[in-house]
Design a protein around this ligand. Structure first.
Ligand code: G3H
Ligand code: 13P
Ligand code: ZN
Length: 311
């Protein structure tokens, strides 16, 4: 099995009423934890790389880690650029072997978003690479961009057909109330997603794969593990799993998860050091961190995404 793009994955996911997990990767232990989990439950995977991950770990290292994971697991894996913000960044990832890129033009005007996205699509499609566009704006933090709640905007269903037709994108990320990071809802607030908007988009774009960003559930077990072992996180509330299951049964074919991986990894490392304050061999504290990621991803695949057995 080689690297694949997401065309076939999304077609099957749409028809089967499940979603593919798109997990952010930044180092070897994260790649291993995710891919070992997917192998155990025979799930297709999207491994996504942000500009920050590429800066941290280097494009070639990440590509080679993902290639190693394909050799070890034999799974269909797509490698995707998360939140590409310029044509040049998308081009560099396409030229460097990514099979899928996101061009996030959501901070531009509708017209400029279309023009930028179309340019990326033309370059990508000539090379067999698929493109995710975005309409609407999520709150939260990606790399150095911090979008406040006031600047966030739900996707307007009236714009989706024009955007998809004019750009030729293969999938569309939408804003229906999810947000990036660990603080998605305020304490006391009831988590709510605008499924009415998703339904309208689904009606206007039949058989078209929709992407949900900012979809970590912020699992309390890991937040507590951080706070019980010297950490100090404020109340963190994520997207309830039943809402993600509902989205996956609808047109949502790709669900993005990063914060949950970070919390699992950091929680287990903090716990390890609280219990073993004199240890200093990185293999000792990275092994439980990798195992925590594996367990988390297996649970996501089987209990939330429903893509187990679909590789
Ligand atoms: O949506 C953002 C992802 O969680 C990636 O985060 O840009 O800090 O790598 P990052
Ligand atoms: P979370 O912060 O909810 O994990 O979202 C990740 C994401 O959308 C990556 O693009
Ligand atoms: Zn995102």
């Amino acid at each position: 099995m080689a690297l694949v793009n997401t065309k076939e994955m999304f077609k099957k996911a749409y028809e089967g009423g499940y979603a593919i997990g798109a997990f952010n990767v930044n180092n070897m232990e994260i790649v291993q934890g995710i891919t070992e989990a997917a192998k155990e439950v025979n799930a297709p995977l999207i491994l996504q790389v942000s500009a920050g991950a590429r800066k941290y770990a280097n494009h070639t290292y990440l590509m080679k880690l993902i290639e190693a994971a394909i050799i070890e697991t034999g799974l269909p894996i797509a490698v995707h650029l998360d939140h590409g913000d310029t044509f040049e960044l998308c081009k560099s990832c396409i030229d460097g072997g990514f099979t899928s890129v996101m061009i996030d033009g959501s901070h531009h005007s509708f017209e400029d978003n279309i023009a930028l996205t179309k340019k990326v699509v033309e370059y990508a499609h000539e090379r067999g690479v698929v493109v995710e566009g975005e309409l609407g704006r999520l709150a939260g933090i990606e790399d150095d961009v911090n979008v406040s709640d006031a600047d966030a905007a739900f996707t307007d269903p009236a714009q989706v057909e024009e955007f998809v037709t004019k750009t030729g994108v293969d999938s569309l990320a939408i804003a229906i109330g999810t947000s990036h990071g660990a603080y998605k809802f305020k304490p006391g607030q009831n988590p709510k997603l605008r499924f009415d908007i998703l339904e309208k988009i689904e009606q206007r774009l039949p058989n078209f794969p929709i992407v949900l960003h900012g979809a970590s559930s912020v699992i309390p077990e890991f937040v507590e593990m951080i706070n019980n072992n010297g950490g100090k996180m404020p109340d963190a509330i994520g997207i309830p799993e039943d809402m993600l299951r509902k989205a996956a049964s609808m047109a949502v074919c790709k669900i993005n998860i990063d914060s949950d991986l970070r919390l699992a990894m950091t929680g287990s490392i903090r716990k390890y050091f609280a219990e073993n304050p004199s240890h200093f061999d990185p293999r000792q504290y990275l092994s439980p961190a990798r195992a925590a990621i594996k367990e988390l991803v297996k649970n996501k695949i089987v209990n939330v995404l429903g893509c187990n057995g679909k590789a």
